[in-house]
Design a protein around this ligand. Structure first.
Ligand code: GZL
Length: 359
């Protein structure tokens, strides 16, 4: 295990208390990442050994996140990556972290499947003197057990979806109509699901004419979205809006609606989605998905940058959000939305917008 972390003495961790929503940074100067892809920087020809315990391979977003991590923690960038795909199994993921500790890696990176159950393994890593970074989803643990977290504000993503739906229905003259809403949630107990549900529910709870019919775990997968939407179609005569907590679930929901001849998107049941991966934005362009709220998967370069900072004895901010996220729509009818007092532009998807998509 490299001792760079201890050579540098006490690392001052500034705990940032800010949260940012899609489309804005409160304090951009606090961003940790200065160079997204660090120069190849091998200490005395020694690779930095990183153990990365990934959620799984459940979605297009996840594949993009994994590809970013593989590229970032590559040997040409000075890393020796130990990678474990936990296949959406929290016990397997905890076991992977324990094996990284036993192998005395230099750093551990975790994208946690669920938020609960992490305190003891995190204490084991701290006792072993191995710094831990959390990316994307969050865990419930003492803040001194990890160096920094790079992820999105999932509550703000959920609120943005609620704000857009409010504006969209007003634009259609349906602001006072009774609206039946079904939610296909992400993996239950993941901070992404908890946050998006919490954010959107703030709008559900504030509108007596919005009726949430149901919320069921679709596991962030296409099959999960299909399974849940099939159930909803059998159970409910009318569904005005389906909120899918990622694009893969939206594809499953579309398949289910198509299988019974129901129209969706621009021509029927409103579909809201999250992630805004390339194929998700393609469906926004085609009018199959009405609005898609970005969640950026490219956090690995920010961890590599923070590792370099630690090695140089520099401060690493306990950063909460690392990158702006955008809000996309099919129709060019909503200019912007306001969430938590911040105005965010709605981007109408065109071919140019789609071609700019990195993932
Ligand atoms: C969100 C991420 C979620 C994505 C899904 O940051 O954890 O997990 O929204 C993925 O696509 O499965």
């Amino acid at each position: 295990m490299r001792s760079g972390f201890f050579k540098t003495g006490v690392i001052l961790l500034l705990i940032s208390t800010m949260f940012t929503g899609c489309g804005r940074h409160d304090n951009p100067e606090e961003t940790v990442a200065e160079s997204a892809t660090p120069e190849a920087d091998v200490h005395n020809n020694e690779l930095i050994k990183v153990g990365f315990a990934q959620v799984g391979h459940e979605s297009d977003w996840r594949i993009a996140a994994t590809e970013s991590a593989m590229e970032t923690f590559s040997e040409k960038n000075g890393f020796d990556l130990l990678y474990v795909d936990a296949n959406n199994d929290p016990d397997m993921q905890m076991g992977a972290v324990r094996s990284f500790i036993e192998q005395k890696v230099d750093y551990i990176v975790i994208d946690p499947i669920v938020t609960k159950g992490w305190n003891s393994i995190m204490k084991e890593a701290k006792k072993a003197g191995i710094p831990v970074f959390i990316i994307d989803r969050m865990i419930d643990c003492d803040e001194d057990l990890y160096v920094a977290w790079f992820g999105s504000d999932f509550v703000a993503e959920g609120e943005a979806a609620g704000a857009w739906l409010e504006a969209y229905l007003n634009d259609k003259g349906r602001g006072n109509d009774n609206i039946d809403i079904a939610v296909i949630a992400g993996t239950e107990g993941s901070s992404a699901q908890i946050g998006r549900s919490k954010g959107f529910d703030r709008y559900i709870d504030s509108k007596p004419n919005w009726n949430k019919l149901d919320e069921t775990d679709g596991e962030f997968t296409k099959n999960g979205g299909r399974r849940v939407m099939d159930e909803y179609i059998k159970k409910y005569d009318n569904i005005d809006v389906v909120v899918c907590q990622n694009d893969n679930e939206a594809w499953g929901a579309m398949e289910a609606l198509k299988s019974v001849g129901k129209k969706y998107g621009e021509e029927g049941t409103v579909i809201i989605s999250f992630d805004a991966v390339y194929d998700g934005l393609s469906d926004v362009l085609e009018g199959n998905i009405n609005a898609d709220f970005e969640c950026n998967p490219l956090s690995a370069p920010y961890v590599a940058d923070a590792i370099r900072k630690l090695d140089r004895g520099e401060q690493v901010t306990k950063k909460i959000n690392y990158i702006d996220e955008a809000c996309f729509q099919h129709e060019d009818n909503i200019k912007s939305i306001v969430v938590n007092g911040h105005t965010m532009d709605m981007i109408t998807v065109t071919w140019d917008v789609l071609l700019e998509r990195a993932y």
